[in-house]
Each structure stands twice: as structure tokens, then as C-alpha cells.
Design a binder for this molecule. Structure first.
Ligand SMILES: *Cc1c(COP(=O)(O)O)cnc(C)c1O
Length: 246
């Protein structure tokens, strides 16, 4: 089991290298984020020990469960799932360094308040729904720039990039359209020169589509299944409010 994970990790690194070569990019421009939902702390540790120190969790419940076992091993934790505002306190309590799923102003308002109260700051990405699927979270592409401008007013929240989940489709060109869209939103935000909004990171690409994402400019790819194996719950449990297992 554990050897399988380490073998998978090598395959992923190879895939990232190949994609970089094809896209004429440097491998060190791409960070691998381990999407660790449903993966127990022992297995996560194994991969962190191989130097892959960026993990992403979807549920605060899981962050909590794994916290003690992981706290003595140096790593960085991003939150990549849908964040309900009543979970903000806990996100801050368990050392999440970046919320990749900031997708609405109401969440930012509550987050800002809590950060002020605790005298903290946090990094965040704006999640954009580039596939126009009802079932996915994220702000719609035509509202993303407006949100970025509003977020400039929240001094405790440091916007560092954009995140998206591409369309699930075997049609690569349709998937590519999602990633191209995220890139173009990034370009537009940069062109607008919004004060305090820094938007270097593009978090896009997963087990099935990371090559396309790298070709289209990803700086972070989020990989779960291709390293840790299949999960019991379908992704709709995580991406759709009414099916949420929380
Ligand atoms: C689960 C998940 C991933 C990883 O998906 P895989 O297909 O298992 O690689 C990436 N991003 C988000 C937001 C996820 O929930």
C-alpha cells in the first residue's frame, strides 16, 4: 500500500516534468499540492517526508482529526473545499495558511472580522467557477474582477491567486477552455492594477487534467487520486452543498 503511494508520487512528478517540457516551463514553477481528503495522517506523512510539503483539505472536520498527528512535521496547509462561514474560527485555529476557496463577499466580511479579533492575517485565492456547472462552487467568471476589487478593502486577507476546478470531461479542449478562462481573468486583474491584490498563483489541474493546466499556466496542481488512490465518496459530496457530508 505505502509503496504504491510512493510509486504513484514518482509517476506524478514525471507527468509534471513532461508537461513542463512540453510547455517550455521550469519544473520549479509548479507546486504540487497533495489533495488529502479521506487520506489518513500516516499516509500523508509519508509523502510529506518525500519533500512534498503542501497539502490541501476540503473539510474542517478532517483538518481537526489529523492535526495532532501532523503538527510535528513541517508542512503547509491550504483549505480547498467549500467554506461555510460558521467554520471560519476553526480554519484559523488549525493553521490553515491559505483559503483557496474564497468565492463570496459575505465570507470575506466574516473572515476579516474574525482575523481582526484574533489579530491575524491569512492568504486567500479567489475560486472561480470556470465550467459554469451548477454543482460547483466559485464565483462566476464575469463577477470575479468585481470581487477582486472589493477584496482589496479587506486588509487582513491577502489575495495571492485564483483557483478553479476544470470541467470533468474527456474532451480535452473543453477542459482547456476552463483553464484558459482562469488565466485570462488573472491577466485582466493584473491589468487593472488593483492596490494590494497580488495574483501570481493559478491553482488549477488535478489527477486527470494536470498536463493541460500546466500548459495553460498553472502554478499549483492539486492531486489526490493519482497519488493516494480512489476515494470512497464521489467528489459531489465535497462540491455540492446539498450532498455535503459535513
Ligand atoms: C479532491 C480535490 C482535488 C483532487 O482531485 P483528484 O482528482 O483526486 O486529483 C483537487 N481540488 C479539489 C478542490 C478537490 O476537492
Amino acid at each position: 500500500m505505502s509503496q504504491r503511494i510512493l510509486d504513484n508520487l514518482k509517476v506524478i512528478q514525471q507527468r509534471i516534468e513532461n508537461a513542463c517540457r512540453k510547455a517550455n516551463r521550469e519544473v520549479n514553477e509548479i507546486k504540487l499540492l497533495l489533495a488529502t481528503k479521506t487520506v489518513d495522517a500516516n499516509r500523508i506523512k509519508m509523502v510529506i517526508e518525500k519533500g512534498k510539503t503542501l497539502i490541501g483539505e476540503n473539510e474542517i472536520q478532517e483538518v481537526k482529526q489529523k492535526y495532532d498527528e501532523l503538527k510535528n512535521i513541517s508542512h503547509q496547509k491550504h483549505f480547498i473545499g467549500h467554506l461555510q462561514s460558521n467554520k471560519i474560527k476553526e480554519v484559523l485555529k488549525y493553521d490553515v495558511s491559505c483559503i483557496q476557496s474564497l468565492d463570496r463577499i459575505s465570507l470575506a466580511q466574516k473572515l476579516q472580522k474574525r482575523l481582526e479579533l484574533e489579530n491575524k492575517t491569512i492568504n486567500a485565492f479567489i475560486q472561480v467557477n470556470t465550467s459554469a456547472e451548477e454543482s460547483k462552487f466559485g464565483i462566476s467568471p464575469n463577477e470575479a474582477i468585481g470581487l477582486a476589487k472589493e477584496l482589496a478593502n479587506f486588509d487582513r486577507i491577502h489575495i495571492k491567486g485564483l483557483m478553479t476546478i476544470g470541467l470533468f470531461s474527456a474532451e480535452k479542449e473543453k477542459v482547456r477552455t476552463c483553464f484558459k478562462l482562469l488565466k485570462s481573468i488573472q491577466q485582466e486583474i493584473i491589468a487593472q492594477n488593483i492596490p494590494k491584490i497580488e495574483i501570481k498563483e493559478l491553482s488549477m489541474g488535478m489527477s486527470g487534467d494536470l498536463e493541460i493546466a500546466i500548459e495553460e499556466g498553472a502554478t499549483i496542481v492539486r492531486v489526490g487520486t493519482a497519488i493516494f488512490g480512489e476515494r470512497i465518496y464521489p467528489d459531489s459530496y465535497y462540491w455540492n452543498e446539498k450532498n455535503s457530508i459535513q
